[in-house]
Write a protein that binds this ligand. Structure first.
Ligand code: ZN
Length: 427
């Protein structure tokens, strides 16, 4: 039966089955499109075995090959995990997994002595079971990704104990937020009358604003250690730069990202006059725990670990130092502050309602603008070398299929960013 014939058959079904069929059809269409794009990009990883000549200056062939193999492994992993979750979802729909779970939750409530009037309790048990199911089926994939793929390519810093503790903690924290919020939401829907959807929408809006406000200060510290950046040259320079563009900086933190992986990052958060900057310790050459062995060898003072749980860190001996010099860290921050000064954060929130593809296109424009901003701060040269180092430390692959890249990459390809910086370096 061809596709159009099956569509015809669909229109003759009862409404429930029609919706059911439409959901499945939509989900598989999206899945196949994403898989098609991923295969295009995979072909690039397979066939681009040499550093393209225009990249010769910025990437040695050893790093290029490492990055190529890393991306190939990642793409194999996401092919299989994607196929698994698409099939899992389809089977759950086909075999009535959702109504089954609903009946099961009803039975639990019955045992616990709740009558049928406790629909809200039943919904909560349902939610709890559904999230437990998805956490358990996702666990093997996440274990494989962390301890096989990231480990193989030298990024993983977690022990199995840390990983499991983290997963349990994440589950409990999620439930602590999800269950009270959804029971309130269900209650609002129940008593809301004809305009229940307006109250429900307002409620979710308020909840998400509250969550965004408290996340960085109260939730993220449950999982990672945030320490204020010690007084010193780097902190002073960050404060000077923030002041020069009227960025209301109140605190600079270093987060111990090295406990999870050696991938590096920097970001800022906070409302209005209370902005804070967070630097991953893996971004800072002088501060990264991963450079400890190298620093000790070279007779430099290693970073002190205040807490006793540092034995959980399996500091890897590497032959190369990871992270950026202070000037480069400042250049990366100059780019981040550019996002703030140019109002990108607010613009992103407003247009996040729009299709994600448009967002990708816009977000790339923003990346170029933020780079140009860092350049205006006189940081073109340092940003140039920082981008190269970060790409190297994170084993980013510098070549991509145009269609895949256009659909997925919120950041422009490295080479395009470097070219844009280069053009301006001469100014
Ligand atoms: Zn950016």
């Amino acid at each position: 039966m061809g596709m159009w014939a099956s569509l015809d058959a669909m229109w003759e079904m009862p409404a429930e089955k029609r919706i059911f069929g439409a959901v499945l059809l939509f989900s598989w269409t999206v899945y196949l499109w994403e898989t098609f794009l991923a295969q295009r990009q995979r072909r690039i990883y397979k066939t681009t075995t040499r550093v393209p000549p225009e990249l010769g200056q910025i990437m040695d062939s050893e790093t290029f090959e490492k990055s190529r193999l890393y991306q190939l492994d990642k793409s194999t992993f996401s092919f299989w995990s994607g196929l698994y979750s698409e099939i899992e979802g389809t089977l759950i729909l086909l075999f009535g997994g959702i109504p089954y779970l609903w009946r099961l939750s009803g039975r639990f409530c019955g045992y616990a002595g709740f009558g049928p009037e406790y629909e809200i309790t039943q919904s909560l048990v349902f939610l709890l079971l559904a999230t437990l199911f998805s956490a358990l089926t996702g666990l093997p994939w996440s274990l494989y990704n962390t301890f096989v793929i990231e480990e193989k390519h030298g990024f993983n810093q977690q022990t199995l104990g840390f990983f499991m503790k983290d997963a349990v903690k994440k589950f409990i924290v999620t439930q602590c937020i999800l269950l009270p919020v959804s029971s309130l939401l269900l209650y609002i829907i129940k008593i809301g009358g004809d305009y229940f959807f307006i109250y429900a929408w307002l409620f979710t809006l308020v909840v998400s604003l509250v969550l965004v406000t408290i996340y960085a200060d109260y939730i993220a510290p449950l999982f990672d250690k945030f320490t204020p950046l010690p007084e010193g040259k780097l902190k002073q320079e960050i404060e000077v730069m923030a002041k020069s563009i009227d960025f209301p900086l109140t605190k600079v933190y270093v987060v111990e990202g090295s406990k999870r992986s050696s991938h590096s990052n920097a970001y800022f958060y906070g409302f209005f006059k209370n902005k804070r900057i967070v630097l991953f310790d893996t971004l800072l050459e002088e501060y990264s725990v991963l450079n400890k062995d190298i620093l000790e060898e070279s007779g430099m003072e290693p970073r002190k670990d205040g807490e006793g749980d540092s034995e959980e860190i399996k500091a890897k001996v590497k032959n190369k130092k990871q992270g950026c010099k202070n000037e480069e860290v400042l250049a990366v921050l100059g780019h981040e502050l550019g996002h703030w000064k140019l109002g990108h954060t607010v613009k992103n929130i407003i247009i996040s309602q729009v299709l994600s593809f448009c967002l990708t296109v816009l977000s790339r424009r923003f990346e170029f603008q933020a780079d140009a901003f860092a350049k205006k701060l006189g940081k073109a040269n340092d940003l140039y070398s920082a981008l190269i180092k970060l790409n190297k430390d994170n084993l980013g692959f510098p070549v991509s299929d145009w269609l895949f890249s256009m659909w997925h990459y919120s950041h422009p390809p490295l080479l395009e960013r470097l070219q844009a910086l280069e053009n301006s370096k001469q100014d």
